[in-house]
Design a protein around this ligand. Structure first.
Ligand code: DGY
Length: 321
Protein backbone atom coordinates (compact mmCIF):
# COMPACT_ATOMS: atom_id res chain seq x y z
CA UNK A 1 0.00 0.00 0.00
CA UNK A 2 1.57 3.33 -1.01
CA UNK A 3 -0.08 6.67 -0.56
CA UNK A 4 0.91 10.11 -1.74
CA UNK A 5 0.19 13.42 -0.08
CA UNK A 6 -0.98 16.33 -2.15
CA UNK A 7 -2.14 18.62 0.67
CA UNK A 8 0.42 20.92 2.33
CA UNK A 9 2.65 19.15 4.78
CA UNK A 10 1.75 19.44 8.45
CA UNK A 11 3.97 19.69 11.49
CA UNK A 12 4.46 16.35 13.25
CA UNK A 13 6.00 15.58 16.60
CA UNK A 14 7.93 12.32 16.43
CA UNK A 15 8.14 10.95 19.94
CA UNK A 16 10.89 8.35 19.49
CA UNK A 17 12.94 6.74 16.73
CA UNK A 18 10.89 4.72 14.21
CA UNK A 19 11.92 2.51 11.30
CA UNK A 20 14.60 4.51 9.37
CA UNK A 21 12.75 4.15 6.03
CA UNK A 22 9.53 5.36 7.68
CA UNK A 23 11.35 8.31 9.23
CA UNK A 24 12.72 9.20 5.79
CA UNK A 25 9.22 8.98 4.28
CA UNK A 26 7.79 11.12 7.06
CA UNK A 27 10.51 13.72 6.67
CA UNK A 28 9.94 13.91 2.91
CA UNK A 29 6.25 14.76 3.44
CA UNK A 30 5.99 16.55 6.80
CA UNK A 31 7.86 18.98 8.98
CA UNK A 32 9.04 16.48 11.58
CA UNK A 33 10.17 17.62 15.02
CA UNK A 34 12.29 14.96 16.70
CA UNK A 35 11.14 15.09 20.32
CA UNK A 36 13.51 12.45 21.70
CA UNK A 37 16.61 14.10 20.22
CA UNK A 38 15.77 17.58 21.39
CA UNK A 39 18.22 18.90 24.00
CA UNK A 40 15.37 21.02 25.38
CA UNK A 41 11.93 19.40 24.79
CA UNK A 42 10.14 22.22 26.64
CA UNK A 43 11.69 24.80 24.32
CA UNK A 44 10.75 22.66 21.31
CA UNK A 45 7.14 22.66 22.50
CA UNK A 46 7.17 26.41 23.13
CA UNK A 47 8.52 27.09 19.65
CA UNK A 48 6.70 24.49 17.55
CA UNK A 49 3.92 23.13 19.80
CA UNK A 50 1.22 25.54 18.53
CA UNK A 51 1.77 24.31 14.93
CA UNK A 52 1.96 20.58 15.63
CA UNK A 53 -1.06 18.74 14.17
CA UNK A 54 0.07 15.14 14.52
CA UNK A 55 2.03 12.90 16.88
CA UNK A 56 4.00 10.09 15.21
CA UNK A 57 4.71 7.38 17.75
CA UNK A 58 4.76 3.64 18.41
CA UNK A 59 3.56 1.24 21.08
CA UNK A 60 6.93 1.60 22.75
CA UNK A 61 6.85 5.39 23.06
CA UNK A 62 3.12 6.00 23.30
CA UNK A 63 1.57 9.41 23.89
CA UNK A 64 0.83 10.52 27.46
CA UNK A 65 -1.90 12.94 28.43
CA UNK A 66 0.71 15.59 29.28
CA UNK A 67 1.92 15.60 25.67
CA UNK A 68 -1.54 15.45 24.10
CA UNK A 69 -2.71 18.34 26.27
CA UNK A 70 0.41 20.40 25.48
CA UNK A 71 -0.43 20.57 21.75
CA UNK A 72 -3.38 22.91 21.08
CA UNK A 73 -3.59 22.20 17.33
CA UNK A 74 -3.27 18.44 17.67
CA UNK A 75 -5.59 16.45 15.37
CA UNK A 76 -4.24 12.92 15.56
CA UNK A 77 -1.93 10.43 17.23
CA UNK A 78 -0.59 8.06 14.55
CA UNK A 79 1.02 4.94 15.92
CA UNK A 80 3.34 2.38 14.36
CA UNK A 81 2.09 -0.88 15.90
CA UNK A 82 -1.16 -2.54 16.83
CA UNK A 83 -1.01 -2.13 20.63
CA UNK A 84 -2.01 1.31 21.90
CA UNK A 85 -1.91 0.75 25.65
CA UNK A 86 0.79 3.43 26.01
CA UNK A 87 -1.35 6.06 24.30
CA UNK A 88 -3.74 7.91 26.55
CA UNK A 89 -6.79 7.27 24.35
CA UNK A 90 -9.18 8.86 26.87
CA UNK A 91 -7.12 12.07 26.82
CA UNK A 92 -7.16 12.03 23.02
CA UNK A 93 -10.93 11.47 22.92
CA UNK A 94 -11.52 14.26 25.41
CA UNK A 95 -9.74 16.62 23.00
CA UNK A 96 -11.42 15.13 19.90
CA UNK A 97 -8.02 13.93 18.74
CA UNK A 98 -8.08 10.74 16.65
CA UNK A 99 -5.80 7.74 17.26
CA UNK A 100 -4.70 5.29 14.56
CA UNK A 101 -2.69 2.07 14.78
CA UNK A 102 -1.51 -0.64 12.35
CA UNK A 103 -3.60 -3.78 12.92
CA UNK A 104 -3.84 -6.76 10.59
CA UNK A 105 -0.55 -6.47 8.74
CA UNK A 106 1.48 -7.90 11.63
CA UNK A 107 -0.77 -10.79 12.69
CA UNK A 108 1.10 -13.49 10.78
CA UNK A 109 4.54 -12.48 12.03
CA UNK A 110 3.41 -12.16 15.64
CA UNK A 111 1.74 -15.59 15.41
CA UNK A 112 4.91 -17.03 13.85
CA UNK A 113 6.87 -15.72 16.83
CA UNK A 114 4.45 -17.34 19.27
CA UNK A 115 4.97 -20.71 17.56
CA UNK A 116 8.74 -20.14 17.50
CA UNK A 117 8.69 -19.63 21.28
CA UNK A 118 6.41 -22.64 21.77
CA UNK A 119 9.04 -24.75 20.03
CA UNK A 120 12.15 -23.03 21.34
CA UNK A 121 11.38 -23.17 25.06
CA UNK A 122 10.39 -26.85 25.55
CA UNK A 123 12.80 -28.16 22.89
CA UNK A 124 15.59 -26.11 24.53
CA UNK A 125 16.64 -24.62 21.18
CA UNK A 126 18.34 -21.49 22.52
CA UNK A 127 20.16 -23.54 25.13
CA UNK A 128 21.22 -26.08 22.48
CA UNK A 129 22.59 -23.27 20.32
CA UNK A 130 24.63 -21.97 23.27
CA UNK A 131 25.87 -25.54 23.88
CA UNK A 132 27.17 -25.92 20.31
CA UNK A 133 28.76 -22.47 20.21
CA UNK A 134 30.55 -23.14 23.49
CA UNK A 135 32.25 -26.17 21.85
CA UNK A 136 30.68 -28.58 24.32
CA UNK A 137 29.21 -31.00 21.74
CA UNK A 138 32.34 -33.14 21.24
CA UNK A 139 32.65 -33.81 24.97
CA UNK A 140 29.10 -33.87 26.32
CA UNK A 141 25.65 -35.08 25.47
CA UNK A 142 22.79 -32.57 25.31
CA UNK A 143 19.78 -33.56 27.43
CA UNK A 144 16.27 -34.14 26.20
CA UNK A 145 13.58 -31.59 25.63
CA UNK A 146 9.81 -31.78 25.93
CA UNK A 147 7.54 -32.48 22.95
CA UNK A 148 5.29 -29.68 21.77
CA UNK A 149 3.25 -31.45 19.06
CA UNK A 150 -0.07 -32.79 20.24
CA UNK A 151 -0.11 -30.83 23.50
CA UNK A 152 -3.06 -28.63 24.45
CA UNK A 153 -2.74 -25.00 23.32
CA UNK A 154 -4.67 -22.53 25.48
CA UNK A 155 -4.95 -19.08 23.91
CA UNK A 156 -5.84 -16.06 26.02
CA UNK A 157 -7.56 -13.66 23.62
CA UNK A 158 -8.85 -15.08 20.33
CA UNK A 159 -8.53 -11.91 18.31
CA UNK A 160 -6.94 -11.91 14.87
CA UNK A 161 -3.48 -12.73 16.23
CA UNK A 162 -4.89 -15.40 18.56
CA UNK A 163 -6.72 -16.97 15.63
CA UNK A 164 -3.53 -17.11 13.55
CA UNK A 165 -1.75 -18.75 16.49
CA UNK A 166 -4.56 -21.32 16.72
CA UNK A 167 -4.31 -22.14 13.00
CA UNK A 168 -0.57 -22.66 13.24
CA UNK A 169 -0.84 -24.70 16.44
CA UNK A 170 -3.39 -26.97 14.77
CA UNK A 171 -0.74 -27.86 12.19
CA UNK A 172 1.19 -29.28 15.15
CA UNK A 173 -1.82 -31.42 16.09
CA UNK A 174 -2.55 -29.30 19.12
CA UNK A 175 -6.14 -29.16 20.41
CA UNK A 176 -7.17 -25.50 20.75
CA UNK A 177 -8.74 -24.05 23.88
CA UNK A 178 -9.27 -20.35 24.41
CA UNK A 179 -10.76 -17.68 26.57
CA UNK A 180 -11.88 -14.21 25.58
CA UNK A 181 -14.59 -11.78 26.68
CA UNK A 182 -17.13 -13.98 24.89
CA UNK A 183 -16.94 -17.00 22.57
CA UNK A 184 -15.78 -15.92 19.11
CA UNK A 185 -18.70 -16.45 16.72
CA UNK A 186 -16.54 -17.50 13.76
CA UNK A 187 -14.21 -19.76 15.77
CA UNK A 188 -14.31 -23.39 14.63
CA UNK A 189 -16.63 -25.45 16.83
CA UNK A 190 -13.72 -27.74 17.71
CA UNK A 191 -12.06 -24.88 19.65
CA UNK A 192 -13.01 -25.29 23.30
CA UNK A 193 -14.11 -22.08 25.03
CA UNK A 194 -13.16 -21.61 28.69
CA UNK A 195 -14.98 -19.14 30.90
CA UNK A 196 -11.83 -17.63 32.38
CA UNK A 197 -8.07 -17.73 32.32
CA UNK A 198 -7.84 -19.88 35.46
CA UNK A 199 -9.95 -22.63 33.91
CA UNK A 200 -8.00 -22.31 30.65
CA UNK A 201 -4.63 -22.58 32.42
CA UNK A 202 -5.78 -25.68 34.30
CA UNK A 203 -6.66 -27.39 31.00
CA UNK A 204 -3.67 -26.28 28.90
CA UNK A 205 -0.08 -27.40 28.36
CA UNK A 206 0.79 -24.08 26.70
CA UNK A 207 -0.83 -20.87 27.88
CA UNK A 208 -0.35 -18.37 25.05
CA UNK A 209 -1.12 -14.72 25.72
CA UNK A 210 -2.58 -12.72 22.85
CA UNK A 211 -4.65 -10.05 24.60
CA UNK A 212 -4.14 -6.28 24.41
CA UNK A 213 -2.26 -4.60 27.25
CA UNK A 214 -3.73 -1.92 29.49
CA UNK A 215 -5.63 -1.69 32.74
CA UNK A 216 -8.20 -4.37 31.84
CA UNK A 217 -5.57 -7.11 31.41
CA UNK A 218 -2.93 -5.99 33.92
CA UNK A 219 -1.60 -9.02 35.86
CA UNK A 220 -4.29 -11.26 34.38
CA UNK A 221 -1.68 -14.00 34.73
CA UNK A 222 -0.90 -14.10 38.43
CA UNK A 223 0.40 -16.73 40.87
CA UNK A 224 -2.95 -18.58 40.91
CA UNK A 225 -3.04 -18.84 37.10
CA UNK A 226 0.56 -20.04 36.99
CA UNK A 227 -0.22 -22.67 39.63
CA UNK A 228 -3.21 -23.78 37.57
CA UNK A 229 -0.91 -24.15 34.54
CA UNK A 230 1.27 -26.36 36.70
CA UNK A 231 4.72 -27.97 36.57
CA UNK A 232 4.16 -29.40 33.05
CA UNK A 233 2.87 -26.10 31.66
CA UNK A 234 4.58 -23.48 29.50
CA UNK A 235 3.77 -19.77 29.45
CA UNK A 236 4.17 -17.97 26.11
CA UNK A 237 3.81 -14.19 25.98
CA UNK A 238 3.74 -12.24 22.71
CA UNK A 239 1.15 -9.77 24.05
CA UNK A 240 2.31 -7.23 26.63
CA UNK A 241 4.55 -7.66 29.67
CA UNK A 242 1.93 -6.01 31.85
CA UNK A 243 -0.42 -8.99 31.35
CA UNK A 244 1.85 -11.09 33.59
CA UNK A 245 2.74 -10.46 37.22
CA UNK A 246 6.47 -10.79 36.61
CA UNK A 247 7.35 -11.26 40.27
CA UNK A 248 4.92 -14.18 40.43
CA UNK A 249 6.35 -15.57 37.18
CA UNK A 250 9.93 -15.49 38.43
CA UNK A 251 8.85 -17.25 41.65
CA UNK A 252 6.89 -19.92 39.75
CA UNK A 253 9.84 -20.60 37.44
CA UNK A 254 12.33 -20.62 40.31
CA UNK A 255 10.20 -23.07 42.32
CA UNK A 256 9.41 -25.34 39.36
CA UNK A 257 5.69 -24.60 39.63
CA UNK A 258 5.60 -24.17 35.83
CA UNK A 259 7.87 -25.91 33.30
CA UNK A 260 9.19 -22.81 31.56
CA UNK A 261 8.38 -19.76 29.50
CA UNK A 262 8.86 -18.12 26.10
CA UNK A 263 8.72 -14.35 26.42
CA UNK A 264 8.84 -11.64 23.76
CA UNK A 265 7.58 -8.91 26.11
CA UNK A 266 8.34 -7.78 29.65
CA UNK A 267 6.76 -5.58 32.28
CA UNK A 268 9.49 -2.93 32.34
CA UNK A 269 11.02 -3.08 28.86
CA UNK A 270 13.81 -2.93 27.95
CA UNK A 271 14.64 -4.16 31.48
CA UNK A 272 14.14 -7.87 32.11
CA UNK A 273 14.15 -9.63 35.49
CA UNK A 274 17.82 -10.54 36.17
CA UNK A 275 16.72 -13.84 37.76
CA UNK A 276 15.58 -15.08 34.34
CA UNK A 277 19.12 -14.89 32.92
CA UNK A 278 20.16 -18.01 34.79
CA UNK A 279 17.10 -20.07 33.77
CA UNK A 280 17.63 -22.29 30.74
CA UNK A 281 13.92 -23.14 30.63
CA UNK A 282 13.16 -19.54 29.64
CA UNK A 283 13.62 -18.14 26.14
CA UNK A 284 13.65 -14.35 25.97
CA UNK A 285 13.31 -12.11 22.92
CA UNK A 286 13.64 -8.29 22.78
CA UNK A 287 10.03 -7.58 21.69
CA UNK A 288 10.57 -8.59 18.07
CA UNK A 289 7.32 -10.43 17.31
CA UNK A 290 6.56 -8.17 14.34
CA UNK A 291 10.21 -7.61 13.51
CA UNK A 292 10.58 -8.67 9.88
CA UNK A 293 11.43 -6.47 6.89
CA UNK A 294 8.12 -7.33 5.25
CA UNK A 295 5.89 -6.67 8.24
CA UNK A 296 7.61 -3.52 9.43
CA UNK A 297 7.36 -2.10 5.89
CA UNK A 298 3.66 -2.96 5.80
CA UNK A 299 3.19 -1.31 9.19
CA UNK A 300 5.03 1.79 7.92
CA UNK A 301 2.84 1.93 4.80
CA UNK A 302 -0.33 1.63 6.89
CA UNK A 303 0.80 4.36 9.26
CA UNK A 304 1.62 6.61 6.29
CA UNK A 305 -1.78 5.84 4.73
CA UNK A 306 -3.45 6.97 7.95
CA UNK A 307 -1.36 10.14 8.16
CA UNK A 308 -1.57 11.06 4.50
CA UNK A 309 -5.29 10.26 4.33
CA UNK A 310 -6.01 12.45 7.31
CA UNK A 311 -3.98 15.43 6.15
CA UNK A 312 -5.12 15.06 2.54
CA UNK A 313 -8.89 14.64 2.91
CA UNK A 314 -9.73 13.79 6.50
CA UNK A 315 -9.86 10.01 6.02
CA UNK A 316 -8.09 7.24 7.93
CA UNK A 317 -7.67 3.52 7.26
CA UNK A 318 -7.32 2.02 10.70
CA UNK A 319 -8.67 4.31 13.38
CA UNK A 320 -8.87 3.34 17.05
CA UNK A 321 -11.00 6.33 18.08
C1 DGY B 1 2.57 -4.13 18.47
O1 DGY B 1 2.60 -3.67 17.31
O2 DGY B 1 1.87 -3.64 19.32
C2 DGY B 1 3.36 -5.34 18.81
O3 DGY B 1 3.94 -5.20 20.04
C3 DGY B 1 4.36 -5.72 17.75
O4 DGY B 1 5.23 -6.73 18.19
Amino acid sequence: MTSTLTAPAADLLMVGPLLPELTADLESRYRVHRWWESPDPAALLREHGPAIRGIATSGRFGAPRSLIDALPALEGVFSFGVGYDTIDVAAAQARNVLVTNTPGVLDACVADTALALMLAAPRRLAEADRFVRAGRWPQEGFGLGTRMSGKRCGIVGLGNIGLQIARRAEAFDMPILYTSRKPRADAPARYQYCADVLELAAQSDFLVLAVPGGAATRHLVNAAVLDALGPQGWLINIARGSVVDETALVAALRDGRIAGAGLDVFEHEPATPPALNGMDNVVMLPHIASGTHETRRAMADLMLANLDGWFRDGTTVTRVV
